[in-house]
Design a protein. Sequence first.
Length: 335
Amino acid sequence: MQAAKATDKKKKVVKEFTDLIEKSSIVATVDMENMPAKQLQDMREKLRDNVTIKMTKKRLIKIALENTKDKKKSIEKLEGYLRGMPALLFTDANPFTLYKTLEKRKSSAPAKAGQTAPNDIVIPAGATNFSPGPVIGELGSLGLQTGIENGKVVIKKDKVVVKEGEEISEKVAGILSRLGINPMEVGLGIIAAYEDGEIYTKDVLAIDEDEQVQKIKDAHRWAFNLAMECSIATKETVTLLITKASGEARSLCISEKILADGVKEQVIAKVHQEMLSVASMLPSEAKSDSLNNISVKKEQPRQDEVKKDDDKKPEKVKEEKTETEAASGLGALFG
């Protein structure tokens, strides 16, 4: 009779989980192992309007997931994320928003022997309050590299002493406590969340909002600069591209002395300035000589005319000489 009652109770639990999985758009897994009862009660109270938290045996949760795999694509993949004392969260809220809400309500706590590490537990490099002594051997047994500075023990390099999911030993718990490192988190932490056939693990959900916003800003700035550099007209760049093109056209006209509308005055002013600049480099005597040379050249006959006159003069002299010789010859003949 008791076995039948137990079976009926389990079937009821499975049906309850199955119904919640089918009607909820988001199903997330959490580990309740280190969750104090009082904090769990407070969490349920704060989240009851948006989130339903249900806990039962891992085997029953797996049965409920199997029962819904035909209606919820890939929902059975959540079986791989049932850890410690598993529980399921059912909600229609955004999984990223849910993760952030739960993380804000967490608090740190010291590690105890036998607990499971929620994340990789790291002892960072840096100075300690330990004086040289047996503690150096204790730290060395955990694989820590140490040294002595200013009379204190110094850890030279970061070291992962417990990996995520591993059990924390009594020795590690003692060292962590003496170093003041509280690696445990008290609160609900999502291990994975299911939405519309996709599984989002906590490393995906744990996004840095400020970092993501900065990345979006950087992407916008790079895209804008690329559009400007390649002259791609968009709603954001068209006005600046036209202004840039206009400025470059004006600069080209002035540089090449093109008398276009809008730049004539600047072109003429530039040419005038260049003329004054050239004139200023000539010495005063050179300026006078240049003017005199120009005047002399204006009064002198053309070179071709001088040559023509020179060619004619010898012929005339020759003719005159011939006539004289002829006259003398006749005089002598008729003497």
